[in-house]
Design a protein around this ligand. Structure first.
Ligand code: SF4
Length: 428
């Protein structure tokens, strides 16, 4: 269940129906101002709503004041073990402070941090990690790790409430994807506070992204989770941000930048699609609009599968085609496909988001498509033609089906169904 309460980390709303906020953590020594600010700007440019910095030493608190002042996005101070650093971080102006009450030195120290946070209006992130549960829950952790995590989180929530403090969000981190899902499902039913989701120490860019997509994606699809952090073993924090966005975009929870659709390729492929897709993905990073771009390795199914794409390309050995919303725009030599695709995209924006169509070039592309698509494939267009023909005349439907199975015999049938099937069914 979605959280009922909302808090604000700087201007960013968390919980209570606000868009799921993307956050990450810098991987620099925080006191190294130049390196930290460079990474803060990189993650902000990649789409981070919030960024967290580790504050393990006095010099990091000193740097924090400048970081808070210069950062384009809100800063969370990440504190372990030392409540004095938490107090100083609040005084330094951190937009939020993360503490795990279990390791900050006891309830009195937590109360001190909470008192100052209340006074300054600073929200806290409080949480528990599967690796550092309180001693009295160790046996339960062994018997039932999900219950142990939720119990520890609830104890933390009770501690906050006993201090009459509600300006906090909760995190419950586990390296196990099933435990992350089960514990957050359970906790979300028991508390109204916003939830910070993450699979801790998820792994490399490859495995960590997948674990996070499965774990966080499952919860987010249930409406659980208010802010997410993808933990990847990479120095490039912006990679975590990109993965977080892909998860949110895949679930249609938020939109940012273009959406690239690409076929998986198969034995029909006749050009270097790996390179083409990578190049298209790289060049799309320069666009902020949520435009949909499709790359199909061949025209076996026509371009029906990409009919929703704003722009797309499909290729063959020497020649390829650019299309928009399922309609051919022009054919071009394969090695120019990417350049010409982006020319069309730029023309579209220059014309106020209107597709620029040259009818002669489009006709030429249609011809190329008709010659290259596989006439035996059951495309959506052909299925529609089949259904329409069936409704009108059973014999015609049989003929359409036969034409699909034996394309050589298809020519006389096209005319019979072409008014229904339209251009795509015609094989001139
Ligand atoms: S579009 Fe063509 S190359 Fe790509 S997977 Fe489908 S059949 Fe294979």
């Amino acid at each position: 269940m979605a959280s009922q309460r909302q808090l604000h980390v700087g201007p960013v709303a968390i919980g209570g129906g606000a868009p799921v906020a993307v956050q990450t953590m810098t991987k620099t020594e925080t006191a190294n101002l130049a390196a930290t600010m460079k990474q803060v700007h990189e993650v902000a440019a990649a789409g981070a709503d919030i960024v967290r910095v580790a504050v393990p030493r006095e010099q990091d608190v000193e740097a924090l004041k400048t970081i808070v002042a210069q950062s384009p996005i809100p800063i969370i101070a990440d504190i372990h073990f030392n409540h004095t650093l938490a107090l100083k971080s609040i005084e330094a102006g951190a937009h939020c402070v993360r503490i795990n009450p279990g390791n900050i030195g006891g309830p009195d120290k937590v109360a001190e941090v909470v008192a100052l946070a209340r006074e300054r209006g600073t929200p806290l992130r409080v949480g528990v990690n599967s690796g550092s549960l309180p001693k009295h829950l160790r046996q339960l952790e062994y018997d039932n790790p999900v219950e142990a995590l939720v119990t520890a989180a609830l104890e933390t929530v009770q501690l906050m409430e006993s201090l009459d403090f509600q300006n906090f969000k909760v995190s419950m981190k586990s390296t196990s994807v099933p435990n992350t899902i089960a514990s957050n499902r359970l906790l979300s039913e028991k508390i109204p506070y916003p939830l910070h989701l993450g699979v801790t120490e998820a792994g490399t860019k490859w495995s960590g992204s997948l674990k996070s997509a499965v774990g966080l994606g499952t919860l987010l699809a249930d409406g659980i989770g208010d802010t997410i952090r993808i933990s990847l073993s990479t120095f490039h924090a912006e990679e975590e941000v990109k993965v977080a966005w892909e998860i949110l975009k895949a679930l249609k929870l938020r939109q940012r930048g273009p959406d690239l659709i690409a076929c998986p390729t198969c034995g029909r492929l006749q050009f270097d699609m790996d390179t083409v897709v990578a190049e298209v993905e790289r060049r799309l990073e320069a666009y902020e609009d949520p435009i949909e771009v499709s790359v199909l390795g061949c025209a076996v199914n026509g371009i029906g599968e990409a009919r929703h794409a704003d722009f797309g390309i499909t290729g063959a050995k020497d020649m390829g085609m650019i299309y928009s919303k399922g309609e051919p725009l022009k054919k071009v030599p394969t090695e120019q496909l990417v350049d010409e695709l982006f020319k069309e995209i730029d023309r579209y924006y220059a014309a106020g988001k209107t597709v620029q169509r040259d009818e002669a070039a489009a006709a030429e592309a249609r011809e190329w498509l008709a010659a290259n698509e596989d006439a035996t494939q059951m495309t959506p267009e052909r299925m529609a033609a089949l259904e329409a023909a069936a409704a009108a005349n059973d014999d015609a439907a049989d003929a359409v089906l036969e034409s699909m199975l034996t394309p050589a015999a298809a020519a006389p049938l096209d005319e019979a169904v072409s008014p229904v099937a339209g251009r795509r069914f015609s094989r001139n």
